[in-house]
Ligand binder design. Structure first.
Ligand code: HEM
Length: 437
């Protein structure tokens, strides 16, 4: 333990990766007197993730609770079930198929902006932040007209401060004792206030749509306002903030790594591009069915999310003693950590794990993959509610970019070093070179 504490942050990161490789299927690491167990065997994980009566989301998620007290992602109460049932309707076919027009509009304006960067090395993440915020928010409100670039930027700025502080609290839980004295607390309160004011105003401005009669289409806000017995004023705000927070960094991270992989593997980029060209013959915008029909793009994204899972770690705290399938006794109160980065690169679960091979996910080959060994969107009843929406958005953005640009590497895969964050990032960001198609 002393050895661990004295090592530098980078060293700790490497030690954690090596431990995961050396100690499959399980290892323990005490952290501030807490009994933390890393599980890697999919059958062990399945027991905990399928049965919500034996575990809950524990203190790992506390910093998030400060931001979205009752939001779905941290809700372990009875109400989770009924709230999720209602919110799930936000991602019904009738709703997300309508979002494709918004995706296409935002992607077109991104492409126009990027035309100015031809032959330059760009960090595309910086360019897509606004786009991701706008498409998530437009889906929630069913209306994008009230979201100006300036408003999006201000919100994203406040959200970044809050997420950085969340990371600080997760990595240094002992700060809790002196938190009220720190400047970070003031920054957190100010940014949270800005976020809440922004969302409350958007709710107020868009609530009148809900009152319209004979609606055939219900966006997230309609669904929330239509169930006041489940969502009070704060509940509505918490769920909307949860969607925005849950979407922003995860989707940006996924996109950055996908673009890096496209740029670094030109043969795969060509195959993806051919598929796009053959589907969108007149270089038109994709429809919902175009996006769902692109199988190679689908496998390419899956392989990127295997090697580069945006949500690095999931956690559950046991509410009962259990014996794992591999025979270990874990007492009530154990914090179980699921490191997606390690599990999805483990050679016991993925042969030749470092090889970039989208065909692992080819129909037939994918039967070898245990669903609880590949979980970029989580697994079990608490799986990401917006998985389909996120993949469609990623596909629409990639279509727009590859229809107009050829990508060459700025950042080289062999040189990347991950930042020690909650959401997967590369130190110094990911850069690609934009060439004209
Ligand atoms: C590539 C993008 C995304 C990734 C990789 C991702 C990943 C995840 C993961 C791993 C979980 C499970 C966490 C756990 O069990 O501890 C989760 C849950 C969740 N995600 Fe996503 N997510 C993405 C996009 C989105 C988007 C676009 C939204 C909203 C519009 C969203 C909203 C949520 C919500 C509300 C939950 C909690 C669900 C529940 O507990 O019932 N996510 N996500």
């Amino acid at each position: 333990m002393r050895l661990l504490l004295s090592a530098k942050k980078d060293e700790l990161w490497k030690i954690a990766r090596k431990r995961a490789l050396d100690h499959y299927p399980i290892y323990r690491q005490n952290f501030f007197n807490k009994n933390n167990v890393y599980l890697m065997n999919p059958e062990d994980i399945e027991v905990i993730f399928r049965d919500t009566s034996i575990s809950k989301k524990g203190s790992y998620y506390d910093p998030l609770r400060k931001v979205v007290a009752s939001g779905l992602i941290v809700n372990d109460e009875e109400s989770w079930h009924s709230r999720r049932k209602i919110l799930k309707k936000s991602f019904d076919f009738s709703v997300i198929s309508k979002c494709i027009a918004i995706f296409n509009k935002e992607v077109s304006s991104l492409v126009s902006r990027l035309q100015k960067n031809i032959n330059e090395e760009v960090d595309l993440n910086l360019h897509v932040e606004n786009l991701i915020f706008k498409i998530t928010f437009a889906n929630v409100l069913g209306n994008e007209s009230s979201i100006t670039d300036k408003k999006a930027e201000d919100y994203i700025h406040a959200m970044k401060t809050v997420t950085e502080i969340m990371l600080l609290k997760i990595s240094k839980p002992y700060l809790n004792f002196v938190w009220p004295l720190l400047k970070a607390k003031k920054d957190e309160d100010k940014s949270l206030d800005e976020m809440n004011t922004y969302i409350s105003k958007a709710i107020e401005e868009n609530s009148d749509q809900y009152a319209q009669k004979n609606k055939t289409y219900f966006n997230t806000l309609d669904l929330l306002l239509g169930a006041p017995h489940l969502f009070d004023t704060e509940g509505v705000r918490d769920e909307i903030t949860t969607f925005v927070l849950g979407s922003q960094d995860t989707t940006s991270s996924a996109l950055s790594f996908i673009l890096m992989a496209l740029a670094n593997y030109p043969e795969h980029q060509e195959t993806v591009y051919e598929e796009i060209k053959n589907t969108l013959i007149n270089n038109q915008n994709p429809t919902y069915s175009d996006l769902t029909s692109m199988d190679y793009l689908d496998r390419f994204i899956k392989e990127c999310l295997r090697l580069y899972p945006p949500f690095i770690m999931m956690e559950r705290t046991l509410t009962k003693d259990i014996i794992t399938k591999t025979g270990y006794r874990l007492p009530e109160g154990t914090m179980v950590l699921i490191s997606l980065l390690d599990i999805q690169r483990n050679p016991n679960l993925f042969p030749n794990p470092e090889k970039f091979d989208p065909d692992r996910f080819l129909l037939g080959n994918d039967t070898q993959i245990h669903p609880f060994s590949y979980m970029p969107f989580g697994a079990g009843p608490k799986i990401c509610i917006a998985q389909k929406f996120a993949v469609l958005a990623l596909k629409a953005i990639i279509c727009g970019i590859l229809q107009n640009f050829k990508l060459e590497p700025g950042t080289k895969i062999e040189n990347i070093e991950f930042s020690k964050a909650v959401i997967l990032e590369v130190k110094g960001g990911i850069k690609v070179n934009l060439k004209k198609r």
